[in-house]
Design a protein around this ligand. Structure first.
Ligand code: CA
Length: 335
């Protein structure tokens, strides 16, 4: 009787899940070495990975104010745009809107200012993992990112799944890192004390897309990519935290550290469209027959994560999804 009463008051479909916690600071890393190599190759064919990549987990500070819960629309941003042929930039809506498949690390326990977190204690500061979509405007990014890195190309929206999976729940899915990471000796403060087989987590990740035309015709979302966290990330969660705090930087409860785009090395494992379409040069087709290079208005993107291992209960990460809304031309004054 009690269950029926509750069901009547709170039907599941009427519940809107919010952000998992109040995040003060958001940092986005660049741990996906296959993504970093593939994107680097597009712009620096002779040197896809910069010399620091194998020595430290690269990151930039993002905006917590524009973290949005899964299901919230992503409004196409305006920004300065300029092609190589144009002499001057102009203001306009991004025509190269992309997603980035990432895992988020939610911090539970802060450290004191000026007290670096040793790598062997790093996981003690973690609440759990969640799914993150770091929406990215590639045309804004390419014009603005040098010399200080991403700014307006990234800070207009970042979608976070409401579900946080604790490291305790993920214990059966620990595994070793990719071979390249295991063969590389970092500076001592980034050296793991955990056994190799315990450092990474085997989490299957997938990206699905649907267009307005697909939904109108009743077509199911289209699988864009499938990859695995442990085989995509060069740097581990513990290394991200140890590096973030080695200068004394303070992490707060609720802080979000995202891994960076998690792509595998093979076709069908690309965690962003810039890789899949070679920066728009190689369109792919959706089941409605339309070509895509980057996201169009009305496109829906959904990330899913899942852990499966024989003998253990499977764990789903819920979904991290959003739909592209048209640019808000109505709110811009004439510039
Ligand atoms: Ca990112």
């Amino acid at each position: 009787m009690h269950a029926l009463w509750c069901k009547h008051l709170y039907p599941q479909t009427a519940v809107h899940l919010a952000l998992p916690c109040d995040t003060r600071d958001y940092t986005d890393f660049y741990c996906g070495i296959h993504h970093a190599s593939a994107v680097g190759k597009l712009f620096r064919p002779n040197q896809p990975l910069l010399p620091n990549y194998l020595h430290l987990p690269i990151a930039y500070h993002g905006r917590s104010s524009t973290l949005i819960a899964s299901g919230t629309p992503c409004v196409r941003p305006h920004g300065q745009l300029k092609s190589a042929e144009q002499e001057r930039p102009f203001l306009g809506p991004s025509a190269k809107l992309d997603f980035e498949l990432e895992i988020g690390v939610m911090i539970a326990t802060p450290n004191l200012n000026h007290h670096p977190i040793p790598i062997e204690q790093a996981e003690d500061h973690v609440l759990g993992l969640t799914l993150v979509n770091d929406w990215s405007a590639r045309d804004i990014q390419v014009w603005e990112y040098q010399p200080l890195g991403p700014f307006l190309a990234k800070n207009f929206a970042t979608t976070v799944s409401p579900w946080v999976i604790t490291l305790e729940a993920l214990a059966p899915f620990r595994t070793e890192r990719m071979a390249l990471a295991r063969s590389h000796a970092p500076l001592p403060y980034l050296e793991h004390t955990l056994a190799d087989a315990q450092v990474a987590f085997e989490i299957s990740l997938s990206v699905w897309m649907s267009s307005i035309a697909m939904r109108d015709r009743g077509l199911a979302p289209h699988l864009i990519a499938q990859t695995d966290f442990s085989q995509s990330a060069f740097w581990s969660i513990a290394q991200m935290i140890a590096h973030h705090t080695i200068n004394g930087c303070q992490l707060s409860a609720g802080d979000l550290l995202a891994t960076g785009t998690l792509s595998g090395p093979l076709p069908g494992q690309t965690g962003s469209l810039i890789e899949l379409t070679q920066d728009g040069r190689a369109p792919f087709g959706l089941p409605d027959g339309s070509p895509r290079t980057f996201l169009e208005d009305g496109d829906q993107v959904r990330f899913q994560g899942r852990c499966d291992r024989a003998g253990f209960r499977s764990i789903g990460f819920g979904v991290c999804e959003g739909e592209i809304s048209p640019a808000r031309t109505d709110i811009l004054r004439k510039h």
